[in-house]
Write a protein that binds this ligand. Structure first.
Ligand code: ADP
Ligand code: MG
Ligand code: MG
Length: 502
């Protein structure tokens, strides 16, 4: 993005002493302020933390793009709350991918089981969403945001992201002015992601109301065993506890051991914390930071556990239907021009057009639609395929096939299952460089930034579909080396960053 900054920012540090000083400050600030993850190495006592990978400088990001992404978030919240209430629409898309995707088939099955076992009792659903974008430069060189994906489950890094913004702001006041190539005053927007996401959870907690069984109520975080990104979750948890809301972490693998459904028509979800099984809480809100991929369901009892959550009266964040609305297939169908699905879910032409502008080309890979047939040609052509990424219906990073790997992967999949994937045009942001501090080592070079905007939404899933709460909730900037395909921080490819608006 040198055209935006004159090429002098972010500076390339050449003086070793300068580098060392800046790195030392980042190392200490990060641990002191919980910008950290658990290490991958053996740590039997569970006492170690290491710095989350981070850029030395906030990356320049076009202000118009940043503001557009933030402004559109409440429309995205509304859109996905509507999609997740349209059972028929979701069911038809599940049919298209389920043949080659057992996981999606099982999630849909779970929804059908709830319906056949007395239906849903809780009318509210909470979404903690994150819409991800990259900056795209079109032919007449204007810059615009293009959506990479929309996350409806376990949207992570809200906790670490607020800390990263604080780190860069601290450095801009203390360290950057001391550098030989000291940058000019930076425009660093505030980032309230921790507080805003916690506010979403808090709103749902209060909407649930007091227990009719006279139990204390709580928020339950369902988590993965051995989670390394735990401090990200802890920041949210502490923000909730500080407003006197009891929060508990429960491994997804232990749901059936520690929760049960009350034998009442409402089916309250009761939770007894392990140290004192006589004490029983009612889970007002259940926030999933697990359960988004097949590895969390190694046995039928894990599916039984998810069913227990879904059938109960707890406000699920998200419900299984909301999880399914985050399928890449949904994103593809919304972005396919000739079927104009988007207009069905939007409330005005203006809203429709603003959302539409953020889409890039995404194709189905089915064998029946004309778009699918075209995409099959593109995906198997050795030159054309280089412009695309092929995605299955998965979350959490590391699942996609890029460019030249697409035809080889398709060869391994029976043709009748190609429709379980979508084919998406690769977005290539303008070139930019920065320095990443990862595992104590500096990596300097070309980088690609991905902006995520958080949103919180609470709606009535029964009847009117009324939205009770709808807010934009701060942002995340993740940056990766420009030679890397994936950008997930937890998956080990990307790093934390924040924006310097230009
Ligand atoms: P996941 O749900 O696993 O995070 P994503 O759709 O976000 O899946 O893909 C993972 C990563 O792949 C993104 O963070 C981004 O770095 C890269 N990626 C995905 N789609 C595109 C695209 N259309 N253009 C450029 N990079 C992409
Ligand atoms: Mg995702
Ligand atoms: Mg992603």
């Amino acid at each position: 993005m040198s055209s935006l900054t004159g090429g002098s920012y972010p500076p390339t540090l050449i003086n070793d002493q300068e580098k060392e000083r800046l790195v030392q400050t980042i190392k200490d600030w990060s641990i002191a302020n919980g910008l950290a993850v658990r290490p991958a190495i053996e740590d039997p006592d569970g006492i170690l933390a290491i710095n989350a990978p981070v850029t030395l400088f906030p990356s320049p990001f076009p202000k118009t793009c940043f503001e557009e992404a933030k402004a559109i978030q409440t429309s995205y919240n509304e859109l996905y709350s509507r999609i997740s209430q349209d059972e028929e629409f979701l069911g038809s898309l599940v049919q298209e991918v389920a043949g080659g995707d057992d996981f999606i088939a099982n999630l849909w099955d779970l929804h059908l089981k709830v319906k056949s076992q007395g239906g849903y009792t809780q009318k509210l659903t909470l979404g903690l969403f994150r819409s991800d974008y990259m900056v795209h430069q079109d032919n007449n060189s204007s810059l615009q945001i293009k959506q990479v994906e929309f996350n409806t489950i376990a949207s992570s890094f809200g906790g670490l992201s607020a800390q990263t913004s604080l780190l860069h702001s601290h450095l801009s006041q203390t360290e950057y002015p001391l550098l030989h190539s000291s940058p000019p005053a930076l425009s660093l927007p505030q980032n309230q992601s921790t507080q805003r996401l916690a506010a979403g959870l808090r709103t749902a907690y209060h909407a649930y109301g007091p227990s009719s069984l006279n139990h204390p109520t709580c928020v339950l975080f369902l988590v993965q065993d051995g989670e390394r990104n735990i401090f990200d979750q802890r920041h949210l948890e502490y923000a909730l506890s500080s407003s006197s809301i009891p929060v508990f972490r429960l491994p997804f693998s232990q749901i059936l051991q520690h929760t049960r459904i009350a034998p009442t028509p409402d089916r309250q979800l009761l939770y007894s914390p392990p140290p004192n099984p006589c004490l029983t809480f009612e889970a007002a809100v259940t926030y999933l930071r697990a359960g988004y991929g097949p590895t969390d369901y190694p046995t039928p009892s894990a599916w039984q556990a998810r069913l227990q959550i879904e059938r109960s009266n707890t406000i699920a964040c998200p419900s299984v239907l909301t999880q399914l609305s985050g399928m890449k297939k949904v994103q593809q169908v919304l972005a396919t021009p000739d079927i104009s699905v988007l207009s069905k879910f939007t409330s005005s032409q203006q809203q429709h057009d603003a959302l539409w502008k953020t889409f890039t080309n995404i194709y189905p890979l089915d064998n029946t639609s004309s778009a699918g047939q075209l995409a099959r040609k593109l995906a198997t052509d050795p030159i054309e395929c280089l412009k695309y990424v092929m995605k299955p219906q998965r979350e959490g990073g590391g699942n996609n096939f890029y460019r030249g790997a697409i035809p080889k992967q398709l060869e391994k999949i029976p043709e009748e299952h190609w429709g379980s994937f979508i084919l998406m045009k690769i977005i290539t942001p303008p070139p930019l460089s920065n320095t990443i501090l990862r595992a104590g080592k500096l990596e300097h070079g070309g980088v690609i930034c991905e902006l995520g905007v958080y949103g919180t939404c609470l709606w009535d899933r029964k009847g009117s579909g009324e939205i009770l709460h709808n807010e934009e909730a701060g942002y995340l900037l993740r940056t990766k080396g420009d030679q890397s395909e994936e950008g997930g921080v937890a998956a080990g490819y990307g790093c934390m960053d924040s924006v310097a608006l230009v």
